[in-house]
Ligand binder design. Structure first.
Ligand SMILES: C[S@@+](CC[C@H](N)C(=O)[O-])C[C@H]1O[C@@H](n2cnc3c(N)ncnc32)[C@H](O)[C@@H]1O
Length: 324
C-alpha cells in the first residue's frame, strides 16, 4: 500500500504534468486492487481533471508508464486503469493546442489552474505556457512571503500568470498587476484570471479578483504603466533574447524612476547560456543597479514540483536610494 503522502505527491505531480522521468515510480510497486482504484480516483478521475483536463497525451503516457510498471511487478491491472488508457488512446489527437495544468502547494489549500499551450512557442510567443523560472520564482516567494505580503506588485512578461496568481492567492499581496506585451498572452491571462478568481455574482468580480489586474505592457511602451504605484517588480524568464535587452532595461529603469528607487525587483533567470545572462547583468550593473544572488529553494523544501535540469538563478535587483 503506498503511503497517503506518496499518493498525494503523485496526484499533485500528475495534475501539473510533472515530467514522467522525474516521478518516483518505486512506491507504486505491488499496488493492490484498492490502491489502484485510489490512484485512478486521485489522478484521471480527479474532479479538477474532469472539469479542466490536463493534456490527454500526457495522461496517455502516464498510464502507459504506470501499466508497464505494474505489469513488471506482476500485479493484475485494475479495469478502470485500462479503461482510462483506452479512452485516452481513442481521444488523443496531435492538434490539441491547449489544455490545463493545476499547480497545488504542499502546505496550502490553494490550487492555481491555468490554461496553457502544449507548445513552448505558439502563435509567435513564448508566453502561452509556464516556464521553470516562474515555478522557481513562485517557490522562492512562497518561502519569502514577507517581501510581498501587503505590498503592491507588478510582474513583467507574466506569460500564463503562474507567478503573479500565486503571489496574489497565496502570499497575501495587496495588489498584483500581471503584464505582458503580447495580445495573445493578455487573452490567456484574462481567461486564467477568471479560472482562479471566480466572480461572486454575475457582474461583480469578487474582492480577490480586484486584487489582481492585467495590463498590456510591451517593454518598448513604458508610458503604458501610467502613474501606477508598486513596491516590488517580478520577472521570470525574460532574459533570453539579447535583441530585447535595451527595452527590458528601459522598462526596469522606468519602473525604478517612477518609484524613486524605493522598489525591489526579483528576477528569475533560467541559465541556458551563461554569457547571455552575464551580458544583461553587466547592463544592469552599468546603470548602477545592485544585484544580489539569492539562495535557490532546495528540492526537499520545495512547495511546488519543477524540473531542475537547467539551473535557475534568483536575483534581487535594487538601487541605492540616495542615487535619485
Ligand atoms: C519565456 S516567457 C516567460 C513567461 C513567464 N514569465 C514564465 O516564466 O512562465 C517570456 C514572456 O515575456 C514576454 N515578452 C517578451 N518580450 C516582451 C516585450 N518586449 N514586452 C513585453 N513582454 C515581452 C512574452 O510575451 C512572454 O510572455
Amino acid at each position: 500500500m503506498p503511503s497517503e503522502n506518496s499518493l498525494d505527491v503523485l496526484k499533485r505531480q500528475f495534475l501539473c504534468c510533472y515530467p514522467l522521468n522525474l516521478i518516483d515510480w518505486k512506491p507504486l510497486s505491488n499496488l493492490t486492487w484498492e490502491d489502484q482504484k485510489l490512484l485512478i480516483d486521485c489522478t484521471h478521475n480527479n474532479e479538477l481533471n474532469q472539469k479542466y483536463p490536463i493534456s490527454s497525451s500526457y495522461q496517455l503516457k502516464f498510464f502507459k508508464k504506470l501499466i508497464n510498471h505494474l505489469e513488471q511487478s506482476g500485479v493484475e491491472i485494475h479495469d478502470e486503469i485500462y479503461e482510462a488508457f483506452c479512452n485516452l488512446n481513442s481521444q488523443t489527437t496531435n492538434d490539441e493546442k491547449f489544455s490545463y495544468k493545476h499547480y497545488s502547494l504542499t502546505y496550502h489549500d490553494s490550487v492555481v489552474t491555468l490554461k496553457e499551450s502544449k507548445s513552448f512557442v505558439a502563435d509567435g510567443t513564448t508566453g502561452l505556457c509556464s516556464w521553470q523560472a516562474s515555478l522557481a520564482l513562485s517557490d522562492w516567494l512562497l518561502h519569502n512571503t514577507e517581501l510581498v505580503r501587503g505590498k503592491s506588485v507588478i510582474e513583467l512578461g507574466s506569460g500564463t500568470g503562474l507567478c503573479g496568481f500565486i503571489v496574489s492567492k497565496c502570499c497575501d499581496a495587496k495588489h498584483v498587476i500581471l503584464t505582458d506585451g503580447s495580445p495573445k498572452v493578455i487573452d490567456i491571462l484574462n481567461t486564467n484570471r477568471s479560472l482562479n478568481f471566480l466572480p461572486n455574482t454575475k457582474d461583480i468580480l469578487s474582492d480577490d479578483s480586484k486584487k489582481c489586474s492585467i495590463l498590456y505592457l510591451p517593454w518598448e511602451e513604458c508610458e503604458l504603466v501610467g502613474t501606477k504605484k508598486f513596491d516590488v517588480v517580478l520577472a521570470a524568464d525574460v532574459v533570453y533574447d539579447s535583441s530585447e535587452f535595451d527595452s527590458l532595461l528601459g522598462i526596469i529603469e522606468h519602473l525604478f524612476r517612477l518609484m524613486e528607487n524605493k522598489v525591489q525587483m526579483i528576477l528569475a533567470a533560467t541559465v541556458r547560456n551563461e554569457s547571455t545572462l552575464r551580458t544583461f547583468l553587466d547592463l544592469l550593473d552599468s546603470k548602477e543597479f545592485i544585484i544580489e544572488m539569492q539562495e535557490a529553494i532546495l528540492e526537499k523544501r520545495s512547495y511546488l514540483f519543477w524540473d531542475r535540469s537547467t539551473p535557475v538563478q534568483i536575483l534581487k535587483v535594487t538601487k541605492n536610494i540616495n542615487l535619485t
